[in-house]
Design a protein around this ligand. Structure first.
Ligand code: KG4
Ligand code: ZN
Length: 339
């Protein structure tokens, strides 16, 4: 079964064709990242305009590279939530029009479910497993009970890990996205040069909090600047990265031990982080757990992961008609059928 995936939730306009949820036939991405760098973050209006300009060409290219026409496509999977609403609407409306014009089933896909599915196109992993999903907008520990049954075990109370890295990077004067820059500069620094307070979270012991850490690093930079002190950005970046990754790994390990998981999966933009990948590997080796991490090319936003998840949603009977809407927020455990 061939699924055409369409993704436009942030600054990537992407389309892909994936066979049976696993085999990527094409994966095309156009991005407006360079324009957003000027502003230190994604400007929603610019992202939406670029999606509108690019989407038609990107979808055509995805079909052409997969050597398909719409007649070969069994379903169109599109990201409908969560994300920037104006950006999402471009993909959703394009997919609706294409589905209607070609009489092809339309499958709504949750963006974070798509990130988890980036592991299905990267390796041979099947649910059930425990997944750490870390992106620019979300940080979750999720029990993936089946391809379409998700349970949130822990989540961030405030900032997402990627968001904290991006804001910290900006304060350090690093290029957007800060997460990527911090990862790049950290090997040049001493990760023990600065110590940041370990966030305390009351209530659910598996939840995260990153806003205190973010404030601590911002205060460190501002204090040094006010006093005219030299600061090593490489040391600060490495130390901050270590603190963020420590929080993620500590909670992931705790959940896995307490809930008896031996199959660990990581997903989302931050899964590209070299420190996170290394620490996750060490943890899994220590416990003899299996570990799946997406190939680097599938860590960031792409449509192959949406087509992969779309396949499993479609097999589960999840389809939408032309009333499909886009949503800026949507819990990962909420099934489209019950919205
Ligand atoms: O999943 P994603 O591409 O978009 C969202 O769904 O949010 O994630 C983007 C986030 C950004 O915060 C970016 O800084 C972070 O992923 N990121 C990284 C790395 N690559 C991307 N963070 C740390 N290290 C990286 N190598
Ligand atoms: Zn994403």
């Amino acid at each position: 079964m061939k699924i055409l995936g369409i993704e436009s939730s942030c600054d990537e306009t992407a389309a892909a064709v994936v066979e049976d949820g696993r085999k990527v036939l094409s994966n095309i991405i156009a991005t407006s990242l360079e324009e957003h760098k000027l502003y230190g973050g994604v400007v929603p209006e610019i992202a939406s305009r670029r999606h509108a300009e690019s989407i038609s060409g990107v979808v055509n290219e995805a079909l052409a590279q997969a050597e398909c026409t719409m007649a070969d496509i069994d379903a169109i999977a599109v990201t409908y939530a969560p994300g920037l609403i104006g950006a999402l609407l471009v993909g959703v409306n394009f997919a609706k029009g294409l589905a209607l014009a070609t009489d092809t089933p339309l499958v709504p896909v949750h963006h974070l479910r798509g990130h988890i599915a980036s592991n299905y196109i990267s390796g041979d992993v099947q649910p059930p497993f425990l997944c750490l999903v870390v992106s620019g907008g979300h940080s979750h520990i999720v029990a993936v009970n089946s391809y379409t049954d998700f349970e949130i075990i822990g989540k961030t109370r405030d900032d997402a890990a990627g968001e904290a890295l991006d804001k910290a990077g900006r304060t350090m004067g690093l290029e957007y996205p800060g997460g990527v820059s911090i990862d790049r500069i950290s090997p040049q620094g001493n990760e023990n040069a600065y110590t940041f307070p370990k966030p305390k979270v009351t209530g659910c012991p598996y939840d995260f909090s990153f806003s205190g850490l973010k404030t601590a690093v911002i205060n460190t930079v501002h204090n040094a600047r006010q006093k005219g002190e030299e600061i090593s950005i490489a040391d600060l970046a490495a130390s901050f990265q270590k603190s963020v990754i420590d929080c993620l790994i500590t909670n992931l390990e705790r959940v896995a031990v307490e809930k008896n998981y031996d199959k660990i999966v990581i997903a989302g933009g931050v899964s590209a982080n070299s420190k996170l990948r290394a620490e996750a590997e060490k943890m899994c080796k220590r416990h003899k757990w299996s570990l799946n991490i997406p190939q680097l090319k599938y860590c960031g936003d792409n449509a192959a992961m949406i087509a992969a998840q779309g396949y499993y949603e479609f097999v589960d009977g999840v389809t939408a008609d032309e009333s499909l809407n886009a949503y800026a927020t949507m819990p990962i455990d909420k099934n489209y059928k019950t919205i």
